[in-house]
Design a protein around this ligand. Structure first.
Ligand code: GDP
Length: 363
C-alpha cells in the first residue's frame, strides 16, 4: 500500500496524532487489521463521493480506499550517528514513501519540550539535519564503491559518482535533497538509494485550540515550507484525539460545528498525504460493493486494474468507464449509457480521478 511516515522530535504530538488517525480507522469495521504493527495504522480515506455513488447503486457494502501511516518515534539530535537507536528509526523512515513532519506550535507548560522552549524553526532544522546527515552517510558509503566502479569504466557509476560529488556538500550543510533541484533524470539515477530528504514531505503544525490564526509559530512553519515547496497542514492534535473518541457521526458533526470546523483536521491530514504521494481515486460500482481504489496520478487503465488484482492487469482487454460527474448526473450506468457517457477504453487510457470503472479481462 501507500504509506506516510510520521516523524518529529519527541513530545511534539506524534503519537497523539497517530492514535487519533488509527482510532478514526477502527470504526470502518471492514478493516479488521487496522493496526498491522503497533506503529502502523491503516486509515480510510474520507471521500463523500463514495456515499453519493452508494445512494444510486444501493450496494450491499461500501469500501473506502486507505492510506497507511507509520508512527516513527525517537528521532533526536544525533540519530544519524546512532544516538538513541537512531539508525533503527532512520531505517523505518527509509521504508516509507512520504514524510509527515509534525512540528510543535503549541505552548503548554505541562508538556516538556526537548529543547526547553517552543521553537519550530530550530525543531525543523534539528530533524532535517539528521535526515540530511543520514543521506550524507548513504552518499559517502556509496562513493567508495562508485569510485572503484567508475575507474573500471562503468558508465552509470561515472554518472552517479559525479552527481554524488555535487550533492555531498549540500547534504553536509544539512540541506535536504528536495531543495537541490535534481532533474527528473537525476532523480531516476538515484532512486534506488532511498534518500530520506528526497521523499515528498509535508509539515503538520500541531497548534493549540486557538492557534489556527495569528500564530507566529505557525507562520514560521509556513515560511519554511514555502521555501521547500512543501505543504503545511495545521491541526490541533489534542482536539483531534477528542474528536476521534466520538463514535457517533452525528455527534462528531455537531462537535465540529461548535468548533467552527467543516471537517476533522485528520481528514485534511489524510487528504494532504494522498496528494503528497501523487495519488488519485477511481471507483468500482457494483450491486455487491461500491468501492474506492487508489492509483498514482497518470496510471493507465491496466495499472488501475492491478490495484484490484494482478491478473486483471495481465489479462486486461478493455475498461468500461463513466466519469464520476456523469455517473451522478445520469443516476447510474444505464442513465449514463443512454446519454452517451459510457466509454470503452483501451490499454493506453490514462485514468482520471473519480472514474467509475469496470474491467474486462481474460483469465
Ligand atoms: P510524541 O512524543 O511526539 O509522540 O508526543 P505525544 O503525542 O506523546 O504528546 C506529548 C504530550 O503532548 C502528551 O502529553 C500530549 O497529551 C501533549 N499534546 C499533544 N498534542 C497536544 C496539543 O495539541 N496541545 C497540547 N496542549 N498538548 C498536546
Amino acid at each position: 500500500g501507500f504509506n506516510c511516515g510520521i516523524v518529529g522530535l519527541p513530545n511534539v504530538g506524534k503519537s497523539t496524532l497517530f492514535n487519533a488517525l488509527t482510532k478514526s480507522g477502527i470504526e470502518a469495521a471492514n478493516f479488521p487489521f487496522c493496526t498491522i504493527e503497533p506503529n502502523t495504522g491503516i486509515v480510510p480515506m474520507p471521500d463523500p463521493r463514495l456515499d453519493a455513488l452508494a445512494e444510486i447503486v444501493n450496494p450491499e457494502r461500501t469500501l473506502p480506499t486507505t492510506m497507511e501511516f507509520v508512527d516513527i518515534a525517537g528521532l533526536v539530535a544525533g540519530a544519524s550517528k546512532g544516538e538513541g537507536l537512531g539508525n533503527q528509526f532512520l531505517a523505518n523512515i527509509r521504508e516509507t514513501e512520504a514524510i509527515a513532519h509534525v512540528v510543535r506550535c503549541f505552548e503548554d507548560d505541562n508538556v516538556i519540550h526537548v529543547a526547553n522552549h517552543v521553537d519550530p524553526r530550530a525543531d525543523i532544522e534539528t530533524i532535517n539535519i539528521e535526515l540530511a546527515l543520514s543521506d550524507l552517510g548513504t552518499v559517502e558509503k556509496a562513493l567508495t564503491r562508485l569510485v572503484r566502479a567508475a575507474k573500471g569504466g562503468d558508465k552509470e557509476a561515472i554518472a552517479v559518482k559525479a552527481l554524488f560529488e555535487r550533492i555531498q556538500p549540500h547534504l553536509a550543510e544539512g540541506q535536504p535533497l528536495r531543495s537541490f533541484g535534481l532533474t527528473d533524470d537525476e532523480k531516476a539515477l538515484v532512486r534506488g538509494y532511498g534518500f530520506l530528504t528526497l521523499k515528498p514531505t509535508m509539515y503538520i503544525a500541531n497548534v493549540s485550540e486557538d492557534g489556527f490564526e495569528n500564530n507566529p509559530y505557525l507562520d514560521i512553519v509556513r515560511e519554511i515550507a514555502a521555501s521547500e515547496e512543501a505543504e503545511v497542514v495545521a491541526v490541533c492534535n489534542k482536539l483531534e484525539a477528542e474528536i476521534a473518541e466520538l463514535d457517533d457521526e452525528e455527534e462528531k458533526a455537531m462537535f465540529l460545528e461548535e468548533l467552527g470546523m467543516e471537517e476533522a483536521g485528520l481528514d485534511r491530514v489524510i487528504r494532504a498525504g494522498y496528494k503528497l504521494l501523487g495519488l488519485q481515486t477511481y471507483f468500482t460500482a457494483g450491486v455487491k460493493e461500491v468501492r474506492a481504489w487508489t492509483v498514482k496520478v497518470g496510471a493507465t487503465a491496466p495499472q488501475a486494474a492491478a490495484a484490484i488484482h494482478t491478473d486483471f492487469e495481465k489479462g486486461f482487454i478493455r475498461a468500461e468507464v463513466i466519469s464520476y460527474d456523469d455517473f451522478i448526473e445520469f443516476k447510474g450506468e444505464s442513465g449514463a449509457k443512454e446519454a452517451g457517457k459510457w466509454r470503452l477504453e483501451g490499454k493506453s487510457y490514462i485514468v482520471q480521478d473519480g472514474d467509475v470503472m469496470h474491467f474486462r479481462f481474460n483469465v
